[in-house]
Design a protein around this ligand. Structure first.
Ligand SMILES: [Zn+2]
Length: 391
């Protein structure tokens, strides 16, 4: 057994599962990741997202998939790839997003950079490596003349990092029909899968008052900033840390000049919940906010929401199944939870069993330090192949 970081894996067992050598598996996945990373894809950059979607669609067709493209104007293209299975039963559904949070040129070069055991590049960890792993898994099966056990549907989406507005309907429809949902988003830092995710909802609160000169006519003004300050005290009081409910006000603003009583003020609110009921409690409370000064107005709008991924019995069963496959590959697959949302959360909200965090080990998502651990790739590829062959 070769231990790299934390739990390692058995290279011979990985090679036997894949039908190619460990080195070949590493080289092939790395080359594919390099191709996908070299084409930068910031969210909402339609031209760049269309271009990469077309490359991935060609790769999936070469792997024997039927691919349909669904343009999302202003955002990019969503793809639905289908591969028939050995049994004609409910499909296994997989998600991968092509968009990244990095503006063009953020890394200076978009060539995948190798430093020691790391591969560094925009979106490599979140989640181009995950997309490349799945395309490679389907390619390998196709080359061997094999099929997954169940039919596979792979949704490749373009707007996960900005709320999945164009892909949400497709994700939910397919999730309702799926036997299981697998998400090769980044794994836990120790390589474990994600069996819990917090739900996320974002809101914008706006207060409206009356502008007036702060020195000459203070009595004529109704301060929108003062009203907002009162409202935010009430908003923060909705948090319940014991139940995993946290609230952040990340951005705020008001007015036009220091010596003017502001007519408008605003703030953005980020709510994270661990329990589905909490989402409803917070939403109802935010929608019912009333002005402290009856002459002022308060408006609240929900801008994004994803429910929590709850560790249900179905999720645990999927995890135990994956853990069994990993054990045969000489790897002790852990599990964990995160405060971040993903499209796995959308699938969980419509009742699907979801195993998230199947992508490679790495760190630095959404930062310029974003990287994956290269020697983890062959194991991840074998784990995905094993899941597709047995679920
Ligand atoms: Zn992601």
């Amino acid at each position: 057994m070769n231990t790299i970081y934390g739990p390692g894996h058995d290279r011979d067992a990985v090679a036997a599962t894949l039908g190619i050598s460990w080195d070949d598996a590493r080289r092939r996945v790395l080359a594919r990741i390099g191709t996908y990373v070299a084409q930068e894809t910031p969210s909402a950059h339609q031209e760049l997202l269309d271009a990469l979607a077309s490359v991935v669609a060609d790769d999936l067709r070469a792997a024997g998939a039927t691919v349909t493209s669904d343009p999302a104007p202003g955002l990019g293209t969503n793809l639905v790839a289908e591969v028939p299975g050995d049994v004609d039963d409910r499909p296994v559904l997989l998600f991968g997003h092509l968009d990244t949070v990095h503006p063009v040129g953020a890394f200076g070069t978009n060539e995948l950079r190798l430093e020691g055991d790391r591969a560094i590049g925009p979106g490599v960890y979140d989640m181009k490596a995950g997309v490349a792993l799945l395309v490679e898994a389907l390619t390998l099966l196709h080359e061997r003349g094999e099929r997954p056990r169940r039919p596979v549907r792979f949704l490749v989406t373009c707007d996960e990092e900005i709320g999945s507005h164009s892909s949400r309907g497709i994700i939910e429809d397919h999730a309702r029909q799926a036997a299981a949902v697998l998400v090769p988003e980044p794994s836990m830092p120790d390589g474990g899968v994600k069996t819990r995710r917090k739900g996320v909802a974002t809101y914008r609160i706006e207060t409206t008052g009356q502008a007036a000169h702060a020195g000459i006519d203070p009595g004529l003004g109704i301060s929108a900033s003062q009203e907002l300050a009162h409202q935010l005290v009430d908003v923060f009081a909705l948090a319940d840390h014991a139940r995993g409910t946290t609230i952040n006000v990340g951005m705020m603003g008001a007015g036009t000049a220091t010596n003017v009583i502001p007519a408008k003020a605003w703030a953005t609110i980020d709510v994270r919940i661990a329990e589905p009921d909490e989402g409803e409690r917070i939403h109802t409370a935010l929608m019912a906010l009333q002005p402290h000064d009856p002459r002022a107005k308060v408006q609240v709008q929900r801008t994004e929401h994803r429910g929590p991924l709850v560790r249900t019995a179905g999720v645990v069963a999927l995890y135990e199944h994956a853990r069994g496959i990993a054990a045969q590959l000489g790897h002790d697959l852990g599990e964990g939870g995160t405060g971040g949302g993903s499209d796995g959360s959308l699938a969980a909200a419509v009742g699907a069993d979801v195993l998230d965090g199947l992508g490679p080990r790495g760190a630095g998502a959404h930062t310029l330090d974003e990287h994956i651990i290269v020697d983890d790739l062959p194991f991840r590829l074998a784990l995905l192949c094993g899941l597709l062959k047995t679920l």
